[in-house]
Design a protein around this ligand. Structure first.
Ligand SMILES: Cc1ncc(COP(=O)(O)O)c(C=O)c1O
Ligand SMILES: NCC(=O)CCC(=O)O
Length: 421
């Protein structure tokens, strides 16, 4: 069956034909045959330079040889034990040695579980109920955070099925706005357990914190006894070996991880100061658990991936990012387009928006219809990015210069088509 036929079949038995809403696009998503290095292949015989990279985890590209070989070996020794392994200690050490805020770590199965658990622990630690998140930030699909969410939830900001009793404790403010947060904390400070944030807003595209904003957040949370949580599910091991907190030089109290930490397999983690992490059961009174948490397959994939990520790795990866971004800027100039290319490190995006985007409201003013024309043309040119401006595009170490040159040419052509030039 081809992708179109598979989608028709799939829609009958899987809601929307997909296992996660962001994967659906019109007229139908391609169905994947395999991934290899920088490329993803569909069942229709097409190949694409992949800048979606499974929404971020595949920093080494698809099916990295070392990861595959280590996993093959681990598979022969079992896939789940319900008992601890030495590799969990090794991976925890890797995390602690790299992430500045990490003194202790616990593994989960997804980024969603990581943020849900971190928030519960912050509430247990402070004995306060309210939390603050930023408009457009996405911290996974659990009830605490599906309020003014980014990613796919940007199209469905208030999901049905979440009791008001839950969301009344989730306060939102615009990103990069010191005044709004200061006002909120003046009113509610003593009831706020934590501020959870994406340091770089990767679920409304790619929005960086303004100069001094993270320092402001660090100060105001310290002054008010609020736990500062950096959700580094995207940026952890992406922007630098120590994530966005190393990149920007601001250390939170807790950090949530996902995507890259599992080396392409399902995994998340939360980590932070010992005095907070010691509250987690069985040591402390905050319950957190999972049958597959720290499962040997994901842990092995994480270990095999992290051991390849040293400073030289990021220098080389980020150079590819600079190459792509500077070429995109040149194309935008050459075609005299009033749109805004953004990004940093190995992350990039283009806002179909003439103005600089610094928060969710501004991101929402972008032209989504035209972006979809651009996205569809990119597919025709053999380049795959997420089908939304409210996602980020990524580069892996498997991307070669010839792949990036193909991407640049595809972007030029697709912008021309989108703007009817
Ligand atoms: C910043 C951020 N936090 C949390 C999540 C949730 O992670 P997962 O999809 O692994 O549950 C995501 C992505 O989905 C994310 O981008
Ligand atoms: N940036 C948003 C995601 O990574 C979400 C992926 C998914 O829910 O399938």
């Amino acid at each position: 069956m081809n992708s179109q036929e598979l989608f028709e079949e799939s829609k009958k038995i899987i809601p929307g034909g997909v296992s996660s809403p962001v994967r659906a696009f019109k007229p139908y998503p391609f169905f994947v045959a395999k991934g290899e290095g920088s490329h993803i292949y569909d069942v229709d015989g097409n190949s694409y330079v992949d800048h979606c990279l499974a929404y971020g985890p595949l920093i080494l590209g698809h099916a990295d040889k070392t990861v595959v070989s280590d996993l093959t070996n681990q598979l022969t020794m079992g896939t789940a034990y319900g008992a601890p392994t030495e590799n969990e200690i090794k991976l925890s050490r890797e995390v602690i040695n790299r992430i500045p805020s990490a003194e202790m770590v616990r593994f989960t199965n997804s980024g969603t579980e990581a943020t849900m658990s971190a928030i519960r622990i912050a509430r247990g630690f402070t004995k306060r109920d309210k939390i603050v998140k930023f408009e457009g930030a996405y911290h996974g699909a659990h009830d605490y955070c599906l309020v003014k969410g980014g990613s796919g939830a940007a199209c469905l900001p208030d999901s049905l099925g979440i009791p008001l009793d839950t969301t009344k404790n989730t306060l939102t403010v615009p990103f990069n706005d010191e005044e709004a947060l200061t006002e909120l904390i003046e009113k509610e400070g003593e009831n706020i357990a934590c501020i959870i944030m994406e340091v770089v807003m990767g679920n409304i595209g790619c929005v960086e914190p303004k100069d001094g904003y993270l320092e402001f957040l660090r100060k105001i949370t310290e002054e008010n006894g609020i736990v500062l949580i950096f959700d580094e599910v995207i940026t952890g091991f992406r922007l630098a070996t120590g994530g966005a907190q190393e990149y920007y030089g601001v250390t939170p109290d807790m950090t949530t991880l996902g995507k890259i930490v599992g080396g392409g397999l399902p995994m998340g983690a939360f980590c932070g100061k010992k005095e907070i992490m010691e509250l987690v059961a069985p040591n402390g009174p905050v319950y957190q658990a999972g049958t597959f948490s720290g499962n040997p397959i994901s842990v092995q994939a994480g270990l095999s991936t992290l051991k390849q990520l040293n400073n030289d790795f990021y220098t080389s990866l980020n150079k590819k990012g600079e190459f792509l971004r500077s070429n995109i800027c040149d194309i935008v100039d050459e075609l005299s387009l009033d749109i805004s290319p953004v990004g940093l490190g190995s992350m990039f995006q283009i806002y179909f928006n003439p103005n600089e985007v610094t928060n969710y409201a501004e991101a929402q003013e972008s032209d989504s219809e035209r972006f979809l024309v651009y996205f569809r043309q990119l597919l025709k040119e053999g380049v795959f990015i997420p089908p939304s401006q409210f996602e980020c595009n990524f580069i892996s170490s498997a991307h070669k210069m010839e792949d990036l040159e193909k991407t640049v040419n595809a972007i030029r052509k697709s912008l021309k088509v989108a703007f009817e030039l």
